[in-house]
Design a binder for this molecule. Structure first.
Ligand code: SAH
Ligand code: SF4
Length: 416
């Protein structure tokens, strides 16, 4: 293994912290029934609660809407199984309302972000799997702040369920308000990408729990198709191999960023543990087992990883594999001296990869203006300051209502 890089301390184990309160989304359907029985209710109440949470997307704050639960025990059931896990500190929108970044505070004051994006054919939420990240990639704002803690399964699922509710309620731009007598059509959340804060495979148990809740058929889970869920990893080889055995054929994205070990050791410090060849071998085995095309993520950094010979080397390594390259123009992060490749260099890179028969797209830079693009999520203090303080001080911001969709067909954030 080569390493000329300045050693970076990789943090795999998350600091031990008090656990968030137990939530319905932490439990399997059988465990939910057992929990309700323990509370003195009949088991089928668990299914009613699941239907409210996952299928009807009822806001737990709106307890009175759950009229199928007995008035006398509603509040207690909700308090016990649907406790508030995430409080929205602020929400900011850009891209004419089609991108919405939320900053959340957890029960113990940790901060995390999620980003909801409307595309012409789908609505995607980018979720966080950890508060912070311990992998130290130097071009990533999240990596600079270190790891605060792992998120629980329910804290991850909550980001998705609230996003689904936001879309359903018409709070993301691009939906259609029906005319008189016509129903509104705000669409529905269709895709989830684990590309927010954190390294999902370093929080394996909670993340796989969340993947099950997202893909379990409604109303036990959200009923999303596995192919529309993407897990992006920095390349933790044993965890990629384990994920392949879970029977959860989600789309895998591997953040490669360099075609050789010398450069990848610098850009992605965990490469000193699992080098490029091992990461790619695990990725191809994942593709074999799941039948899913693996997405190779590659941030284009001017003068660092965007030379023609590097495109050739990458093309040779990926040729003939079930892979798709997603080039990401480097997003600016505080303190980083690196800049994005020029459009001409980017085009030449794409051309060379395609000449090797490797399908390649360039991802859009959704959310840049609100520091909500890839690698910019840092739960920054600016985002924590609400633009419109409520009467009682800081509170949720009311974001602008729906606007017309921009049908510009930009490339996707996720490799799907
Ligand atoms: N930890 C996981 C998932 C979160 S990062 C991972 O690294 O894959 C999501 C994606 O954003 C990764 O592909 C990551 O390499 C990329 N990224 C990080 N910082 C970036 C930046 N400044 N510009 C563009 N992409 C970036
Ligand atoms: Fe962590 Fe991914 Fe950022 Fe690397 S790129 S520091 S793994 S979030």
């Amino acid at each position: 293994m080569t390493s000329t890089a300045t050693p970076v301390t990789l943090q795999f184990a998350a600091p031990r912290r008090p656990k968030p309160p137990r939530h319905l989304a932490d439990l399997t359907a059988a465990e939910r029934r057992a929990a309700v029985v323990e509370l003195g209710g009949p088991a089928f109440r668990a299914d009613q609660l699941s239907r409210h949470y996952f299928a009807r997307l009822t806001d737990p704050a709106d307890v009175d809407a759950m009229t199928d639960l007995p008035a006398g025990s509603r509040a207690a059931l909700v308090a016990d199984l649907l406790p508030t896990l995430l409080t929205e500190v602020s929400a900011r929108t850009c891209d004419a309302g089609l991108t919405r970044k939320s900053l959340w505070r957890t029960f113990d004051g940790a901060r995390l972000e999620s980003v909801l994006m409307r595309y012409p054919d789908r609505a995607t939420v980018c979720v966080s799997s950890q508060a912070g990240c311990g992998m130290g990639c130097p071009f990533c704002a999240t990596g600079q702040a270190g790891l605060t803690r792992n998120l629980s399964t329910a804290e991850i699922v909550e980001q998705v369920v609230t996003a689904a509710r936001t879309v359903r309620n018409g709070l993301l731009g691009g939906g259609a308000d029906g005319g008189p007598g016509e129903p509104d059509d705000h669409g529905r959340l269709s895709n989830v990408v684990f590309m927010g804060m954190g390294e999902p495979l370093a929080n394996y148990r909670a993340v796989t729990g969340a993947l099950r809740r997202l893909t379990d058929p409604s109303p036990a889970g959200l009923g999303l198709s596995a192919r529309s869920v993407t897990v992006s990893t920095v390349g933790l080889v044993p965890a990629i191999r384990r994920l392949a055995t879970e029977g959860l054929p989600v789309t895998l994205a591997v953040s490669l960023h360099a075609p050789d070990d010398e450069l990848r050791d610098r850009l992605v410090p965990v490469n000193t543990r699992w080098p490029v060849a091992e990461v790619l071998e695990a990725a191809w085995d994942y593709a074999d087992v799941t039948g899913r095309r693996v997405s190779i993520e590659y941030a284009m950094i001017a003068g660092v990883n965007d030379r023609p010979d590097q495109a050739e080397q990458l093309g040779r390594r990926l040729a003939g594999q079930l892979a798709h390259v997603n080039l990401i123009p480097l997003n600016p992060t505080p303190g980083s001296e690196w800049t994005a490749s020029t459009p001409a260099d980017e085009r030449e890179f794409v051309r060379r990869l395609r000449a090797h028969g490797v399908t390649t797209t360039v991802r859009d830079t959704r959310g840049r203006e609100i520091a909500g693009a890839c690698g910019q999520l840092a739960a920054d203090p600016d985002a924590a300051r609400p633009a419109v303080p409520g009467p009682g001080g800081p509170g949720p911001i009311v974001v602008p209502g729906p606007v017309a969709a921009r049908r510009d067909g930009t490339a996707e954030r996720a490799g799907d």
